[in-house]
Design a protein around this ligand. Sequence first.
Ligand SMILES: CC(C)(COP(=O)(O)OP(=O)(O)OC[C@H]1O[C@@H](n2cnc3c(N)ncnc32)[C@H](O)[C@@H]1OP(=O)(O)O)[C@@H](O)C(=O)NCCC(=O)NCCS
Length: 238
Amino acid sequence: MTEKSLKDIQVVTATVVHLKYVDQVNDEIDAASKERGTGIARRTYDYIANKMLEGKAVIALDGDQFAGFCYLESWGHNRFVANSGLIVAKAYRSIGLATEIKRKIFNLSRMKFPDAKIFGLTTGLAVMKINHELGYRPVTFSELTDDEDFWKGCQSCVNYDILQRTNRSKCLCTGMLFDPKWEAKKPVNGNPAPEESQIVKPKRNSLLDVIQKLKPKNGNNQVKESKFNVLMTILSKI
Ligand SMILES: CC(C)(COP(=O)(O)OP(=O)(O)OC[C@H]1O[C@@H](n2cnc3c(N)ncnc32)[C@H](O)[C@@H]1OP(=O)(O)O)[C@@H](O)C(=O)NCCC(=O)NCCS
């Protein structure tokens, strides 16, 4: 098998011309889900096809060869967007393709739903790393959408009983969220700035402040104190 290179792969918003890849996308998602033992249900042909037709999916192609895919879904009256169904074909893994696909679907999500919070659930380290780079932060499930239809998607997962037992407050997946409001405050290299109240500014003392602290504590020691006062007078004139 020849070495794959990211520069040969096109990552684009999927359209009608990509419908011929729908079955392959579904097969790859299905196979990966079985391999990881999550049991996440296969999407229907129509579901994936509609994502392509609505301009809500990103596809990666190496010439005509399918390399990767991801789509977006909006929840809670468009207040939340999830980027789901991320898949990279086996031959194209570990060359940074998922990073490119996620970047593209993240930008597409922000363009289509600029005010929405973008979130995801994952157990995968690769996805956690990519999300972190994009500015997502880990959150408790209480910060995610309460849209019942989103959570119904977990029903086919092998861990669903945990989610039920915890009253939907936790499970094996980590919830990660990006809130566009964070970025509005002060973007730094594409990452949200910390809240103003969280910034701990170092307290800067002047040389005089430091020396003041060295003043002899015993006020009766007049010789030491007068020497100290002379020193302070000299320093204050420098
Ligand atoms: C998970 C998956 C999408 C990663 O795709 P990829 O193109 O190989 O990922 P990238 O090359 O962009 O790697 C991104 C980062 O994750 C790391 N990474 C990739 N695969 C990893 C793995 N299996 N375990 C741990 N880290 C991994 C990379 O080293 C890279 O980290 P870095 O930025 O520190 O170098 C791919 O393995 C896949 O399709 N798996 C099956 C489906 C799946 O798990 N989907 C996610 C559902 S939440």
